[in-house]
Ligand binder design. Structure first.
Ligand code: G3H
Ligand code: 13P
Ligand code: NA
Ligand code: ZN
Length: 328
């Protein structure tokens, strides 16, 4: 069953659990995520970026998600636009069956340049009105994702954005968050707390200096009815870095957001936890292992079956640790 983000996260808030939002681009990711969800009885958020929509095509994405819902009739699924950059992206997603959209006005439409506050309020309020008229949910973002280590803002794709920012822009301000939600009426709010997209988040195991989980608590206290979202929440686990690097990969050592920090965030009010990089690494690790171990192999299924299995292990673990399991 397809449901909205509002319906799904209201239930999560009522029962005090978090929901991972996994990015999806193809059938194999969808099969693996839903298989894991069915195994632990968890509701699912599948999110598609603009890149995913152009990779698979809107018609294919929608049909795929409807097929997954048919295969797993007891699992509630939310189909969410990740990082919509303007009104057209968000409204065309809704037309194509998405039940929820993110209007990311923290950056200008180029998804690189940090945007003025008023721009963010205006464009998000416009999308919020239109989406609510037709029964879709909306996520906004306040604060620019980026590194508290370097002061660099991060573009949507994990590359550097324009210019250096100070800490106040890299951490969402609770007073401004209250004003933002009042004026935009978003259902969910993505906040900045020191995470960034991609694999290279931290150059050391993060502590409170570079991963500022305390901002979540302050915002949640002021906005109990708004569901908080953590972007850049991949853990970049060592076992996947090793799987990739032991099979010809050359990923420099890196650190992500530890799963126990996310669990702490969920206790402080985080409801939606965005994860893409870990899923990519799980699949790519197995591609590399199969390619290295059986260099004569050329049947893609021989690569994709272990890749799906590795993704399933990861996804199941997040459902269990975030408390999503058992709530479908
Ligand atoms: O926020 C970025 C997500 O990881 C999606 O990445 O735009 O390469 O599909 P993508
Ligand atoms: P990661 O790159 O940490 O997986 O974050 C994904 C994300 O925030 C998608 O919106
Ligand atoms: Na999103
Ligand atoms: Zn994101």
């Amino acid at each position: 069953t397809l449901i909205t983000l509002r319906q799904l996260l209201d239930h999560a808030a009522e029962h005090g659990y978090g929901v991972p939002a996994f990015n999806i681009n193809n059938m194999e990711q969808g099969l693996a995520i839903l298989k894991a969800a069915a195994a632990v009885d968890a509701p699912v958020i599948l999110q598609a970026s603009r890149g995913a929509r152009s990779y698979a095509g809107d018609i294919m994405l929608r049909a795929m998600v409807e097929a997954l819902a048919k295969m797993h009739p007891t699992i509630p699924i939310c189909l969410h636009q990740d990082h919509g950059n303007n009104e057209a992206t968000c409204l065309s997603a809704i037309r194509h069956g998405f039940t929820s959209v993110m209007m990311d006005g923290s950056l200008l439409a180029d998804m690189k340049t940090p945007a003025p506050y008023d721009y963010n309020v205006d464009i998000t309020a416009r999308v919020s009105d239109a989406a609510h008229w037709v029964g879709a949910s909306v996520e906004g973002e306040l604060g620019v994702l980026g590194s508290l280590e370097s002061g660099e803002a991060a573009a949507e794709d994990g590359s550097g954005a324009e210019g250096k920012l100070d800490h106040s822009q890299l951490l969402t301000d609770p007073d401004q968050a209250v004003d933002f939600v009042l004026r935009t009426k978003v259902d969910a709010l993505a906040i900045a707390c020191g995470t960034s997209h991609g694999a290279y988040k931290f150059t050391r195991a993060p502590d409170g200096e570079i991963l500022a989980m305390h901002v979540i608590e302050a915002i949640h206290a002021r906005l109990p009815g708004t569901h908080l979202v953590m972007h850049g929440s991949s853990s970049v686990p060592q076992y996947l870095q090793d799987l990739i690097n032991d099979n010809g990969g050359e990923m420099p050592q890196t650190w992500g957001v530890p799963v126990d920090e996310i669990e702490r965030g969920i206790r402080m009010g985080v409801r939606k936890v965005n994860i893409d990089t870990d899923c990519r690494m799980a699949m790519t690790g197995q591609f590399r292992r199969i390619a290295t171990k059986t260099p004569r192999e050329f049947d893609p299924r021989k690569f994709l079956i272990p890749a799906m299995a590795e993704l399933e292990v990861l996804v199941k673990d997040r459902f269990e640790r975030f408390g999503t399991a058992g709530h479908a």
